[in-house]
Design a protein. Structure first.
Length: 541
């Protein structure tokens, strides 16, 4: 009996001769119908390259396969013509990519993008395709999006964008679904819903799943078997129970032990206030009719007041679409808002571009999507150098390279990497570059918008330790936006919980995380820490 997908001794390289980069080396594993196999490992280990190789999505001839075979239902894919691969992709095989905003066409509505595969592979009528699109959006928990079928991808939150990607992948009920970090951008409650959805669909359709992730907690509950990758090689594989309970390889033991730990260093209660927001509102108009009159508003941020002191971290948590990122952008005057905003002694509302510019160095942001915020046309060094040039830091090219190298070292990269381009790095490495770009200016206040969401567990722990060290060394103030409550607990002194643009609970990290008061917060904590609530509402392990 042949396997659904069989990868046999696969090697994948980029470039040739002296410039050859061996991304995958001799990988072998298989997936049977209805089975879930997890491919885990740190950023740059070769997980995504292996998955892209299986669907022949790598840029040939730059990428090539010196050895190995890939067989799908017994058919060899490496020698299959491109026309045959187009038949298989989206129909028999589908893939959910790691960074949704870079995979969705910014010029096409979500309806058009989800319907495209239905029109191509199923020859549906536009009416039937629309009905199927609505059905798929409901399946992935985007019921509200059925009223926004004409909306463009950037009008949705990161988690919502990922759910649109999942709907696209499931459109034609594929036999094999390759999920490359499909829950990275999702908050914990939606993550649980999406994982349950995938398992339910797998049971109903007999679909096999190749699940690529750095979150070992997901692997334990999702997969039948697991393959552990390191430096392009599969160093261990077996059933989830065997690998988790009795790991044989040192690297596997390292992965199982790695997660953000500890608590933030105590911060003085009488520290000076760095950032303050009073009754912040960000309302987006809903316009309809021929004259495009405003008939209502989307209240992304609806009357929120916050205070962040020097050396303190405010954790902002909530589900996708709750307004977390919008609040962070509003405080930095990257989003138009109403209400008072004060940075140190300066009121920011009403300041023009030129007046704000000197303050930009001291107020930085690390965005959620690193690839989307890094110019593909500039080297890493040029990307980080841009801020130094704008703010006249580093008086010579050599001095700026030295500052860039130091910033890269701080985030766990090598100074020589500044001569490479963003596409040459893994998702986790790109996020570290984005952090280095903010840190190189030595700011006083940083908004960190999901900065660890794309990172594997061990790097999450490193970045968490790094941020704590930098905060202590430079007395930095952070607003840390995340759906990962384990990271929030390790970094935040205070926490606010947002829902539908409002704060539903606020307090110290210990109060909010260990003793949540509202049902919504209790549900978030239960999903994050696998807690159970009894009939009285008390939370216990």
């Amino acid at each position: 009996m042949s396997h659904l997908l069989e990868i046999d001794g696969l090697s994948t390289s980029f470039g040739k001769d002296a410039k050859e980069l061996k991304a995958v080396r001799g990988a072998s594993f298989h997936i049977d119908k209805g089975e879930t196999v997890a491919l885990v490992g740190e950023s740059g280990s070769g997980k995504s390259v292996t998955a892209l190789s299986a669907m022949r999505l790598l840029p040939y001839p730059l990428a090539h396969h010196p050895a190995g075979a890939i067989r799908f239902k017994g058919e060899e894919l490496l020698s299959a013509p491109e026309s045959r691969m187009r038949e298989l992709r989206g129909n028999d095989m589908a893939m959910i990519f790691q960074e949704p905003l870079n995979s969705l066409n910014p010029l096409h509505s979500i309806e058009k993008q989800i319907a495209e595969t239905l029109l191509l592979h199923k020859a549906m009528t536009p009416t039937d395709a629309r009905a199927r699109v609505i059905e798929l959006l409901n399946l992935v928990g985007l019921e509200a999006a059925t009223q926004r079928l004409s909306a463009l991808p950037h009008e949705f939150s990161g988690g919502q964008q990922q759910r649109v990607m999942i709907a696209m992948a499931l459109a034609n009920d594929p036999d094999l679904l390759i999920a490359d970090e499909p829950t990275t951008a999702l908050d914990v409650t939606v993550q649980a819903q999406v994982l349950k959805l995938l398992k339910d669909l797998q049971r109903d359709l007999g679909m096999a799943i190749l699940f690529i992730t750095h979150d070992l907690g997901i692997v334990r509950g999702m997969a039948d078997r697991v393959c552990v990758m390191n430096d392009g090689e599969i160093v261990e594989q077996g059933s989830v129970a065997d690998v988790f309970e009795a790991p044989q390889h040192d690297y596997t033991r390292h992965l199982l032990a790695a997660e953000p730990k500890g608590r933030p260093d105590p911060a003085p209660a009488d520290a000076a206030e760095i950032m303050r927001g009073d009754d912040i509102k960000v309302w987006f108009p809903i316009k309809r009719g021929l004259l495009r009159r405003t008939v209502d508003h989307i209240k992304a941020v609806d009357g929120i007041s916050i205070s962040i002191k020097r050396g303190h971290t405010l954790g902002v948590v909530g589900e996708s679409g709750s307004g977390k990122s919008t609040l962070g952008r509003a405080l930095l005057r990257l989003e138009r808002s109403e209400g008072g905003i004060q940075f140190m002694e300066t009121s920011l509302q009403g300041l023009g571009f030129k007046e704000l510019r000197p303050l930009r160095r001291e107020m930085q942001i690390v965005f959620q999507d690193p690839f989307g915020s890094l110019s593909p046309r500039l080297s890493v060094g040029q990307i980080i150098e841009e801020g130094l040039q704008v703010h006249d830091l580093g008086h010579s090219y050599e001095e700026r390279r030295q500052l860039i190298g130091e910033a890269l070292i701080e985030v766990g990269l090598e100074p020589a990497m500044q001569d490479r381009y963003p596409h040459e790095f893994s998702g986790g490495q790109r996020q570290r570059i984005a952090i280095a770009r903010a840190l190189v200016l030595k700011p006083k206040f940083i908004v960190l918008d999901e900065p660890t969401s794309a990172l594997d567990m061990s790097v999450q722990a490193q970045i968490t330790d790094l941020l704590r060290d930098l905060q202590k060394k430079h007395d930095l103030a952070y607003m840390f936006i995340s759906h990962d409550l384990k990271v929030i607990r390790a970094l935040a002194h205070d926490v606010i919980v947002m829902k539908d643009g409002k704060v539903v609970e606020a307090g110290t990290a210990e109060q909010v995380i260990d003793n949540p008061e509202t049902p919504y917060t209790r549900a978030l904590m239960a999903a994050a820490f696998e807690l159970k609530a009894d009939d009285t509402g008390a939370v216990s392990t």
